[in-house]
Design a protein around this ligand. Structure first.
Ligand SMILES: Cc1cc2nc3c(=O)[nH]c(=O)nc-3n(C[C@H](O)[C@H](O)[C@H](O)COP(=O)(O)OP(=O)(O)OC[C@H]3O[C@@H](n4cnc5c(N)ncnc54)[C@H](O)[C@@H]3O)c2cc1C
Ligand code: FES
Length: 256
């Protein structure tokens, strides 16, 4: 476990928060886009297990995560103040695949959290995506638009049409695939969105990589608590084989 100081913690929307933690540059140098950390959100035993979060962005001697408040752990996190100390371990999981050729990143809701570091372009071995397709229920739920817009072209969809296309990320992707061909799509978001994108990928013959979530316990491959069914039978362990998977390799029933 590493110790970190809370540098900033605050609400971006009514349920999505940003947490910036201090960390040694020598440790941050080991982080690769797509990996995650487990954060022990309180010094006591409640909640007992550290919670997993994708690294959103890397700065000088600090990293940021974006988190949605859904339960006890994230509620406790939302109460952290600058100067508080937390423990974390990582980096965990496999980084994003290295994609040659033009590719898109597609995010729904807090799923955008995982793409900041990739789009910052801090690791030259990971090429930059051509565009971010980003959807949320309303414009008020879209976070870090200014941050992403300075890094790459961004297209937005909202369910209520309050910003960008009135529709979903799948609608944005469909329009994009009808205009231009891409080598691959990297997607993170709610299961129905991932399923729709996986189906579009199949129809258009484009490789789709899905960033998945499960409940997580050990985070290091020992407890089998993070099973993702494989299309060929058997299971992957999300914490060591993922969290990013080729959509063709997993059983899409997982996304129901
Ligand atoms: C590899 C990985 C990376 C993640 N990255 C992020 C991130 O960047 N930002 C973010 O906001 N969240 C992320 N998550 C999800 C986040 O870890 C959970 O939301 C968090 O652990 C919930 O903790 P809690 O104590 O607040 O909720 P709990 O009290 O533990 O649970 C509240 C409710 O949420 C459900 N739940 C909890 N975790 C998950 C999950 N992983 N999948 C589905 N349902 C769940 C529970 O079943 C319960 O119904 C990630 C998960 C994984 C596995
Ligand atoms: S969480 Fe224990 S094996 Fe993945």
């Amino acid at each position: 476990m590493y110790k970190a100081r809370v540098l900033e913690n605050g609400e971006l929307t009514s349920s999505i928060y940003s947490l910036v933690l201090s960390a040694e540059d020598s440790l941050l140098a080991n982080f690769l886009p797509g990996q995650f950390v487990k954060i022990k959100v309180s010094s006591g035993y409640d909640p007992l297990l550290p919670r997993p979060f994708t690294v959103h962005a890397i700065y000088d001697s600090a990293f940021e995560i974006l988190y949605q408040v859904v339960g006890r752990g994230t509620k406790a996190m939302s109460r952290l103040k600058p100067g508080d100390e937390v423990e974390f371990f990582g980096p965990l999981g496999k980084p994003f695949p290295r994609i040659e050729g033009s590719y898109l990143v597609s995010a729904g809701g807090v799923g955008v959290a995982g793409f900041g570091y990739l789009c910052q372009g801090l690791k030259p071995e990971f090429s930059l995506p051509a565009k971010l397709l980003y959807g949320a229920r309303t414009s008020a739920q879209l976070v870090k638009l200014d941050f992403f817009s300075t890094l790459l072209p961004v297209e937005v969809a909202t369910d209520d049409g309050s910003l960008g296309l009135k529709g979903t990320v799948a609608d944005l992707l469909l329009a994009e695939l009808n205009k231009q061909s891409y080598q691959a799509i990297l997607a993170c978001g709610p299961k129905p969105m991932l399923k729709a994108l996986a189906e579009l990928g199949r129809t258009y013959g484009v490789k789709i990589f899905l960033v998945l979530e499960t409940l997580l316990a050990c985070g290091t491959g020992y407890c089998l608590g993070c099973a993702v069914p494989s299309r060929r039978g058997g299971y992957f362990k999300l914490c060591v084989d993922g969290p990013t998977f080729d959509a063709e390799e997993i059983d899409l029933e997982f996304l129901r």
